[in-house]
Design a binder for this molecule. Structure first.
Ligand code: NI
Length: 228
């Protein structure tokens, strides 16, 4: 499942991110690439432990921790500290699958994290650059994603994906991975659908016994499937 989460950041927060990133010293994006993907990756990236990455990463995580749609879809157990990249004209990242396990080099928790989901938070507006689409292949086909600044796309980390060549302007984004409480994509999807249905029913039927039972089913499925 691909999930588009709108307006994770406000206009002011996007502006703050953009001004901090404009003054930062970017490095070659291959610093976090695996052996094979390093050959396909041509972009700029902030080092994991860069103070700007830490400051803005904390802001993004604080917003996501209060975003009901993101939480319902991801059921996050641990989130990798957000990273930041920039594609300039001629830069791209060819088709690849993200590493299955990541070792955070900043933040409090340094133990390895299994990447169940990948996320990209767009920080440039679509009209600021040409090219730079995030193209994701899943069992339903190929999806080309280019979102307004402040919006996020969440997709299975097991998917083949690429960022097409930027031909004008600069594409700035934050990206990260997360380990979900529910490892299995199908189970996570069922829980999300159930959660959304419950949320839609709740305003008009908050006291209905069947709704109480549905909420119970949600929690009992989560209890059965969650790994903590
Ligand atoms: Ni990737």
């Amino acid at each position: 499942m691909l999930l588009h989460v709108t307006q994770v950041l406000t206009a002011q927060e996007i502006e703050l991110c953009r001004s901090r990133l404009a003054g930062a010293d970017w490095a070659d994006g291959r610093i976090t690439a695996g052996y094979q993907s390093a050959k396909a990756k041509h972009n700029l990236q902030l080092p994991d432990d860069h103070p700007v990455a830490r400051e803005l990463g904390a802001l993004i995580l604080a917003r996501l921790e209060k975003n009901p749609m993101f939480l319902a879809a991801a059921l996050p157990r641990r989130i990798f500290p957000p990273l930041f990249n920039c594609y300039q004209p001629g830069q791209s990242f060819g088709f690849h699958i993200d590493n299955a396990v990541r070792y955070p080099r900043s933040g409090d928790e340094r133990s390895p994290l299994r990447t169940d989901l990948s996320a990209t938070l767009f920080l440039s507006e679509p009209d600021e650059y040409d090219g730079g689409e995030l193209v994701i292949e899943d069992s339903f086909g190929t999806h080309s994603v280019k979102l307004p600044a402040g919006d996020l796309i969440l997709y299975p980390a097991s998917s083949l994906h690429q960022v097409t060549t930027v031909t004008r302007g600069a594409r700035i984004a934050s990206f990260f991975w997360l380990q979900s409480l529910v490892r299995d994509e199908g189970q996570r999807r069922l829980l999300f659908d159930l959660d959304v249905s419950i949320q839609n029913l709740t305003p008009a039927n908050a006291e209905h016994p069947a709704l109480v039972q549905l909420v119970g089913v949600y929690h009992n499925l989560l209890r059965r499937w969650a790994e903590t």
